[in-house]
Design a protein around this ligand. Sequence first.
Ligand code: SAH
Length: 255
Amino acid sequence: MNDVRAKKFLGQHFLTDENIARRIVESLSSESRHVLEIGPGMGVLTKYLITREDTDFHVVEIDRESVVWLHEHFPTLDVIEGDFLKYELTSLFHDSFAIIGNFPYNISSQILFKVFDNREHVNEVVGMFQKEVAERVSAGPGSKTYGILSVLLSAFYNIEYLFTVPEYVFNPPPKVKSAVIRLIRNDVNTLECNEKLFVQVVKAGFNQRRKTLRNALRQLNLSLGAVPETILAKRAEQLSVEEFINLTKTIESCQ
Ligand code: SAH
């Protein structure tokens, strides 16, 4: 594959607006002292992040050309060349850490699932996603965009939709609008239910989101005997995180 074609798969849309770049970096809480930037590209966020005081700062970038550029322009910066999705995050920081970036949109959901899997270590995320993903993650029950990631992440994070970003501040411009969101870890250590089952219940519920939970949860092959009729008659998008936790507890209790 030639270079230009290969790069198409890297989700490269470079931010060209310095005010927006500063706003993203300023959205990171001042308490976050260990910071990882995903996909720094040509360093539009990096140059502000690098000036943060007392910060243990690293970047992970998959694109060779960007890595070379970063080494040249920020000689003291720790640039990890590689795929964020494959990177073992706990090998980098001993303490919990923050993730920031104008993320590659082709792997947005995978980045967020990785945050969920590493929730014991990731205390904050500030990042730009395509607007639709940002809305999905920050949506609450009852909304059409409320889904798996909204429930899983809001069980452990307080999520805020910060601001919308137009297409024309990127080079090349993406096809859709973007938005910046912030996730801050809440104080829940473990859920009051089996967390593996919780994930299965949430996924099964939303995989067939138009069906009632009675039908959508059938694929789990578990007894739903103890679950109240009022819950089984609802659809996944109508349940709050608390209700999903209670539902999981009830299912667990009747196996
Ligand atoms: N932060 C820069 C670039 C954003 S574009 C800016 O705002 O201008 C997304 C960046 O993510 C690109 O530099 C791309 O090479 C990088 N990238 C894509 N997939 C990646 C992955 N799996 N791991 C790490 N970086 C990745």
